[in-house]
Design a protein around this ligand. Structure first.
Ligand SMILES: Nc1nc2c(c(=O)[nH]1)N[C@H]1C(S)=C(S)[C@@H](COP(=O)(O)OP(=O)(O)OC[C@H]3O[C@@H](n4cnc5c(=O)[nH]c(N)nc54)[C@H](O)[C@@H]3O)O[C@H]1N2
Ligand SMILES: Nc1nc2c(c(=O)[nH]1)N[C@H]1C(S)=C(S)[C@@H](COP(=O)(O)OP(=O)(O)OC[C@H]3O[C@@H](n4cnc5c(=O)[nH]c(N)nc54)[C@H](O)[C@@H]3O)O[C@H]1N2
Ligand SMILES: [Mo]
Length: 670
């Protein structure tokens, strides 16, 4: 019955208005920066999007859609959305409307002049996380046809986890989320699916319905605590100690998987030696967890097998996060959960992985300069020979979302020409000279893979572009028309998608399939089931060294770790000015608020060594005393901008961004 309604025009007769209404339902895929990548049905009435719902036919997401999906309908038609090109000579000038020809001519002329005077590396192409579809590979292809510009390396998001898991498994490969249904228990380790991955929620409920156990490990009481049998709240950044404690308790019971350790792993003896250096009590005290909680965790792994451990991105945002992730991988291995259906230590998937990688175009030129994302402000400011003269930003809001805002602003202001492609006049657009109004996925044709599962789905245009908005593909297509390499870029979307998706087509999917339904990629349900790992030895690699260094450092002058976690109702900084509370709300433990003589609702100042932010205090019982919890993504220009407080350092492994190394203090506002 559903199929009958898909992609079909339905004529309805609205008797009151006496007008004929045309209603269409278009199946598409959510391209928001989220691991769920849900199949969606878009209801369009007389050319206008009126509703977005989960597509019940999607094999994994099965009709689930989050609160943000419905909000996206409003976002599309928001009076704040910019739907025509804007230009200005100086940042201080007001914007003025321009035609597409005028802005594209201006960008092309500037690029040509800069390339001639300073070389291509004087241009920085900054590709954000806002939309990661197949056609987005071509953005960098454009810049490579130009001769190869400066780009970024490292990650504001998941670098550390990937780096750490590559060391242990040889390659980070996760269990298919549908395999978690076979789990006897699940550990949500620094992950908050109730807010950040709604399609996992029914799977979690199913595990519990069958008598399985779910454990949440998170310093903050996230919304996912409601999904769990127990919430264990370690000191931020110290999860390695908890994982080691649980490993010791399993060993003490003789419940370790000796066969795996002896036959399929390297370094097991070194890992056991490392465990012997600590007592369980010592380990628990380092992470500030009750020994009883560590027992509960160990028992879960011993008696509720198999256990799937899901690592979140929150866990990454520490300087030494690789130690925690490696210790958790080792715990998974020691407890016999690697290569086992319903087990595994899973983190994520390669959202750009399924496409033909040659279309990034990176081998068209010798390797070009890259700047380190975790320190991007500093890197731009320090770039020499040539300096960065132009920054071209797509699907990103780095002035708001990269760490250390004051450096980011200085870096953007140093560039003489900034191009911003996006939807709203956010903090980064405020630093630009040209605003290119981009379409949203509901106005685009594309293909979308996921960083949370193994399906690729169609992106079908539900409506015509709003106003004069254009897809990024069309922008680069038209820009390429102003360069000698035009014919290498100017091909149809159909032709490009056929080439980009060639590796998917080889797996038995047709282009027509890719337009009509989600397709499961050729990826394992259970990685490493053969117990062979792409490491140098072919075996799982246990961590054999553990130098905790200053993992538990505490600065009494700045007693709280600032946890800027994913908001429930928004994705990162995707919001409008009107959607901001007047002040960001930061949540402190009741006992600390009392100690500081502060009350719920008080206006306060949050201060770090980087800067200060005015905020509204929320007070919570049952929260750790050493954390201050707030939501990331509020705009600086709306008085939020929490990255004014964060430090710009790179993680030890994986070139990730340790946002949560930021320590703050709280002062009453006067
Ligand atoms: N609603 C919504 N969904 C989103 C996003 C969003 O902004 N809003 N963002 C998307 C993006 S970009 C990403 S990367 C993912 C993120 O998805 P998640 O990783 O699930 O979400 P986060 O809030 O980033 O982090 C999860 C939890 O990690 C905890 N945490 C912090 N430090 C530690 C630690 O040291 N140890 C442990 N055990 N836990 C710790 C935080 O308190 C937080 O509750 O979600 C995506 N989905
Ligand atoms: N303090 C703190 N900062 C953080 C984090 C944290 O935990 N704490 N988390 C980090 C994480 S996990 C991430 S992933 C980054 C995200 O960092 P960014 O990617 O820089 O930020 P987003 O807020 O996701 O902004 C994406 C923008 O892309 C736009 N967009 C969406 N689709 C399209 C499109 O098709 N074309 C164009 N041109 N634009 C589009 C959206 O409207 C939005 O403005 O932030 C990081 N920043
Ligand atoms: Mo992210």
């Amino acid at each position: 019955m559903r199929d009958k309604w898909r992609n079909m025009y339905v004529a309805l007769y609205d008797s009151s208005a006496r007008t004929k209404m045309i209603e269409t339902i278009v199946n598409t895929t959510c391209t928001r920066d989220c691991p769920s990548t849900c199949g969606l049905l878009a209801t369009v009435r007389n050319g206008r999007l009126v509703a977005l719902q989960g597509d019940p036919n999607h094999p994994l997401t099965k009709g689930v859609a989050c609160v943000k999906a419905m909000r996206y309908v409003k976002r599309l038609y928001s009076p704040e959305r910019i739907t025509r090109p804007l230009i200005r000579a100086h940042r201080e000038d007001p914007w003025r409307d321009a035609t597409w020809d005028e802005v594209l001519d201006a960008i092309a002329a500037r690029m040509q002049a800069i390339v001639k005077e300073s070389g291509t590396e004087a241009i920085l192409y900054y590709q954000g996380y806002g939309e990661r579809t197949a056609l987005k590979l071509l953005n960098r292809y454009f810049f490579n046809l130009l001769g190869g510009v400066t780009t970024t390396v490292g990650s504001l998001c998941g670098g550390t986890g990937q780096g750490a898991q590559n060391l242990d498994f040889g390659n980070r490969v996760s269990h298919d989320p549908l395999d978690h249904i076979n789990s006897g228990s699940m550990i949500l380790w620094g992950r908050n699916p109730a807010s950040t991955n709604v399609s996992l929620v029914p799977i979690i409920r199913e595990i519990r319905r069958r008598g399985g156990r779910v454990v949440l490990i998170d310093p903050a009481p996230s919304k996912s605590a409601a999904l769990a049998d127990r919430h264990i709240a370690p000191r931020p950044g110290t999860d390695a100690f908890l994982a080691l404690a649980a490993a010791k308790l399993i060993l003490a019971e003789g419940a370790e998987d000796r066969a795996f350790m002896e036959n399929h792993a390297e370094g097991a003896q070194g890992f056991l030696r490392l465990l012997a250096e600590f007592s369980t009590e010592e380990l628990c005290s380092h992470c500030d967890v009750d020994v009883e909680d560590a027992h509960f965790l160990a028992e879960t792994l011993m008696r509720q097998k198999p256990t799937s451990t899901l690592l979140g991105w929150g866990l990454h945002r520490h300087e030494e996060a690789h130690l925690s992730i490696r210790a958790i991988d080792a715990l998974g291995a020691l407890s016999g959960n690697i290569g086992v259906s319903g087990g595994g230590v899973s983190q994520g998937f390669e959202e750009y992985g399924p496409y033909d990688q040659k279309f990034w175009g990176d081998d068209l030129n010798p390797p070009r300069r890259t700047l380190l994302l975790p320190r991007i402000g500093e890197e731009i400011l320090n770039a020499r020979d040539p300096q960065i003269r132009m920054i071209y930003v797509t699907a990103a809001n780095p002035v708001c979302m990269a760490p250390n805002t004051s450096k980011m602003i200085a870096a953007f202001r140093k560039a003489e020409f900034v191009v911003y492609s996006g939807h709203f006049l956010d903090d980064t657009a405020d630093q630009a000279h040209v605003f290119l109004p981009a379409t949203t996925f509901l106005e685009e044709e594309d293909v979308m893979a996921s960083y949370g599962h193994n399906y690729v789905g169609p992106v079908n245009p539900a409506i015509a572009p709003v106003g004069q908005c254009r897809s990024e593909f069309r922008m680069f297509h038209d820009l390429a028309g102003r360069f000698p390499f035009a014919d290498r870029f100017q091909r149809s979307i159909t032709d490009w998608l056929r080439d980009l998706c060639a590796p998917i087509l080889k797996q038995g999917c047709s282009m027509a399939d890719l337009r009509s339904r989600a397709f499961r990629l050729d990826a394992p349900m259970v990685p490493f089931a053969d117990k062979i790992f792409p490491t140098p030895t072919g075996k799982f690699q246990f961590m054999t060294e553990f130098k905790p260094g200053n993992l538990c450092r505490f600065d009494p002058a700045y007693p709280y770790r600032l946890l800027t976690i994913a908001p429930h109702g928004f994705i990162c900084s995707e919001r409008t000015m009107a959607e901001h509370d007047p002040l960001p709300v930061v949540v402190l433990a009741q006992a600390e608020a009392e100690r500081l003589n502060l009350r719920d609702g008080d206006e306060i100042i949050v201060e770090s060594q980087m800067g200060a932010v005015r905020a509204r205090l929320g007070v919570r019982t049952g929260q750790r005393r050493d954390i201050l919890v707030t939501e990331r993504g509020g705009w600086l220009k709306a008085g939020h901008g929490l990255n004014r407080l964060t430090t710009d350092i790179s993680s030890t492994v994986g070139r990730g961004t340790p946002y949560y190394e930021t320590s703050v203090r709280v002062l009453k506002s006067v």
